[in-house]
Design a protein. Structure first.
Length: 265
C-alpha cells in the first residue's frame, strides 16, 4: 500500500462521509483535517498506531482532547454572551445557573445526537464495541471538539452560528424559565430505594477570583465517593456531582447489575 492510500485507510472515513456531516452541522470546512481530528477519539489513535512508526502516527493525526479543551472555552464564551444579550435583567447568579444547564453533558450529548455525531466518531474497536458511539461523555466531548475545530477554521462568528443553530432550543428554554432537572432529588430517591442513608455532598475545592469562583463538589454514600462536579456556585457543582453519580449507577444497571447501588458496597 502506498503512503497516500495508507493515510486514507488510517483516516477511517472518506470525503463523502465528511461532506454529509458538514451538511448536518451547517458549516463547510476549509481545513478538513480539523474536522477529522475533532471526531478522533484517543482509542482510535492508540489502536491505529500501536507498533507502528512516526509515519503512521503522522498519517492518523492526533486525537480530539486538545480541541475539546479549547471547545469548552469557546462554548462558554458564546453561551455566556447569548445569555447576557438575550435578557439584560438577569443577575450573575442566575446567568451562571442557566449557563450550566446549557453546557452540561446531557445537553451537549443531545445536540450531538441531533446531528448523528456518533456515527462519524473514529473509535478504537474496544470503545466501539462497548457502545462508545452513544455514550453521553464521548458525544459531549466530540461536540466541544467540533466547535473548537470550527472556531479555528472559520473564527468566532462561525462557531457562534453553529452554537445558536444547535443549542438554540436550550437557550430559549432557560430564558423561558424551564426548570432544570433536580439530579440531587433523583439521586436521593435511587439511593434510598436500596439503602437507609442519604447522599452526602462536600465541597472539596474552589478556585478563581472572587467574582468568578468555581467550586468542586463530591457526593458520598457510606463515605464512598460516587460522583464529582464543578460549577460557578456550590449548588450547580452539587447538581453536576449528582448527575454524574446517576450516570454511573445507570451504567452499572445497563451492565447487568440487579441492585443499582451494589457497586457502592
Amino acid at each position: 500500500m502506498d503512503k497516500e492510500r495508507e493515510a486514507e485507510a488510517l483516516r477511517g472515513k472518506d470525503d463523502a462521509c465528511w461532506a454529509q456531516l458538514q451538511e448536518r452541522v451547517g458549516y463547510e470546512f476549509r481545513q478538513l483535517e480539523l474536522l477529522v481530528r475533532a471526531l478522533t477519539h484517543r482509542s482510535f489513535v492508540n489502536e491505529a498506531t500501536q507498533g507502528k512508526g512516526a509515519a503512521a502516527v503522522a498519517a492518523v493525526g492526533g486525537d480530539n482532547q486538545r480541541l475539546e479543551f479549547l471547545g469548552d472555552a469557546v462554548l462558554g464564551v458564546i453561551v455566556s454572551h447569548e445569555l447576557f444579550r438575550r435578557d439584560r435583567q438577569v443577575q450573575e447568579g442566575a446567568l451562571s445557573t442557566r449557563q450550566a444547564q446549557i453546557v452540561c453533558e446531557p445537553s451537549l450529548a443531545a445536540a450531538a445526537r441531533h446531528i448523528d455525531l456518533g456515527k462519524f466518531l473514529r473509535l478504537g474497536r474496544g470503545e466501539h464495541d462497548s457502545g462508545g458511539r452513544d455514550k453521553d461523555s464521548l458525544l459531549a466531548d466530540a461536540f466541544e471538539a467540533l466547535l473548537a475545530a470550527i472556531y479555528l477554521d472559520g473564527g468566532l462568528d462561525a462557531a457562534h452560528a453553529v452554537v445558536v443553530a444547535h443549542l438554540g432550543n436550550a437557550l430559549a428554554d432557560v430564558r423561558q424559565g424551564a426548570a432544570p432537572e433536580d439530579y440531587k432529588s433523583r439521586l436521593q430517591t435511587v439511593i434510598q430505594r436500596d439503602k437507609a442513608v442519604q447522599p452526602e455532598y462536600r465541597i472539596i475545592g474552589e478556585s478563581g477570583p472572587a467574582h468568578a469562583r468555581e467550586f468542586v463538589a463530591e457526593v458520598f454514600v457510606d463515605s464512598v465517593s460516587i460522583g464529582s462536579g464543578k460549577g460557578r456556585s456550590k449548588k450547580v457543582a452539587e447538581q453536576q456531582a449528582a448527575q454524574r453519580a446517576l450516570m454511573k449507577l445507570e451504567a452499572a444497571v445497563d451492565a447487568g447489575e440487579h441492585d443499582s447501588t451494589s457497586d457502592l458496597d
